[in-house]
Design a protein around this ligand. Structure first.
Ligand code: C2E
Ligand code: CA
Ligand code: CA
Ligand code: CA
Length: 278
C-alpha cells in the first residue's frame, strides 16, 4: 500500500507538471500573438425584434496559433488577464472594431459595434481618454460604439467604476451589462451605473420556453430592465421557439446561432446587405 501511495503521488505530480508546463508554453505563445498577427476579430450580429433589422454586432476575439490552431477564448482570455496582456489586447480590439464599424457605415449600413471590456481595463483611470482617442483616430461617432462590461468588472471597486462609466457615457458611448443574472452581488449597480443595455445570459435563454422558472425569470428581467429605461438583448438564442417567447415578452434584441454564428467583418458586410424583413 505504501508503494502504491508513493507511485500515485508521483503520477499526480508528473501530471501537474505536464499541465503547468503546457500552460507556461501557452503563455509564452500568447505573449507574441499580437505582434505575430495571430489575433483577429469575429462579429456576431444582433437582431432588433421590432424593426427586424440588424442594428448591432458584437466583436469577439479569436486567436489562431500556427501549430495549435484556434484556441478557445474561454482559455486564452483569462490567461491574458492573468499575465497582464488584456489591456493591450483590449485596446487592439477596440481599434479594429472601430475601423470595421467605419467601413460598414461607409457601405451604407451604420451598425453599432459592441466591444467586451475586461475588469482589468476598467481599472485604468485613463480608459475614457483612450476610448475617445480611438474614436477620433477612426473617425467614428461615439454613438456607434457600445462597451460590454460584467458585474465582476464593476463590483470590484464600485465607486471608481461609477466615475469611469460616467465618463464613458459622457463621450456618447453606450454601456451594456453582460452575462446578466450570473453574478453574485446585489442589483444595486443597475441603479448606480449609467447602463443603456442589459444582456440576459444564455443560461436563462437555453431553457426557454419550456422551463417555467427560466421563462418567469426572463420575463421578469425584461420588465425590470424596461422600467429602468434599459434595452434588453437575449444572448444565445438558438431556436425559433426561444425567439417567439422573447418577442411576445417584449425583448428588444436577440443574439445567437439562430440568427448567425460569429463571422468575419467581410461576411458582416454581406449579411447587412441582405434585407431580413421578409
Ligand atoms: P460573451 O461576451 O458572453 O460572448 C458570447 C459568447 O457566446 C461567445 O463565445 C459566442 O460565440 C457565444 N455564443 C453566441 N451565440 C451562441 C449560441 O447561440 N449558442 C452558444 N452555445 N453560444 C453562443 P466566445 O466567442 O467563445 O467568447 C467567450 C467569452 O470570451 C465571451 O463571452 C467574453 O467573455 C470573452 N471574450 C471574447 N472576446 C473578448 C474580447 O475581445 N475582450 C474580452 N475582454 N473578452 C472577450
Ligand atoms: Ca445597441
Ligand atoms: Ca459580451
Ligand atoms: Ca455574454
Amino acid at each position: 500500500a505504501k508503494e502504491k501511495g508513493r507511485s500515485t503521488y508521483h503520477f499526480y505530480s508528473a501530471q501537474m507538471n505536464a499541465h503547468g508546463q503546457e500552460q507556461l508554453e501557452l503563455q509564452s505563445y500568447l505573449r507574441r500573438a499580437l505582434e505575430r498577427n495571430e489575433l483577429f476579430l469575429q462579429y456576431q450580429p444582433k437582431l432588433d425584434l421590432r424593426t427586424r433589422q440588424v442594428t448591432g454586432v458584437e466583436a469577439l476575439m479569436r486567436w489562431r496559433h500556427p501549430v495549435l490552431g484556434l484556441v478557445s477564448p474561454a482559455q486564452f482570455i483569462p490567461m491574458a488577464e492573468d499575465i497582464g496582456l488584456i489591456e493591450q489586447f483590449g485596446r487592439w480590439a477596440l481599434e479594429v472594431a472601430c475601423r470595421d464599424a467605419c467601413r460598414w457605415r461607409d457601405e451604407g449600413h451604420p451598425v453599432q459595434v459592441s466591444v467586451n471590456l475586461s475588469p482589468r481595463q476598467l481599472n485604468r483611470p485613463q480608459l475614457a481618454s483612450e476610448v475617445a482617442q480611438v474614436l477620433a483616430d477612426a473617425k467614428l461617432d461615439a454613438s456607434l460604439l457600445e462597451l460590454e462590461i460584467t458585474e465582476s468588472g464593476v463590483m470590484h471597486n464600485p465607486n471608481r467604476a461609477a466615475a469611469l462609466l460616467q465618463e464613458l457615457r459622457q463621450l456618447g458611448v453606450s454601456l451594456a451589462i453582460d452575462d446578466f443574472g450570473t453574478g453574485y452581488s446585489s442589483l444595486s449597480y443597475l441603479q448606480r451605473f449609467p447602463l443603456s443595455v442589459l444582456k440576459i445570459d444564455r443560461s436563462f435563454i437555453k431553457d426557454l420556453p419550456g422551463d417555467e422558472d427560466a421563462a418567469s425569470l426572463t420575463a421578469g428581467i425584461i420588465g425590470l430592465a424596461h422600467r429602468l429605461r434599459m434595452k434588453v438583448v437575449a444572448e444565445g438564442v438558438e431556436t425559433v421557439e426561444q425567439l417567439a417567447y422573447l418577442r411576445s415578452n417584449a425583448c428588444d434584441e436577440i443574439q445567437g446561432y439562430y440568427l448567425s454564428k460569429p463571422i468575419a467583418a467581410e461576411e458582416i458586410s454581406r449579411f447587412l446587405a441582405v434585407d431580413l424583413r421578409n
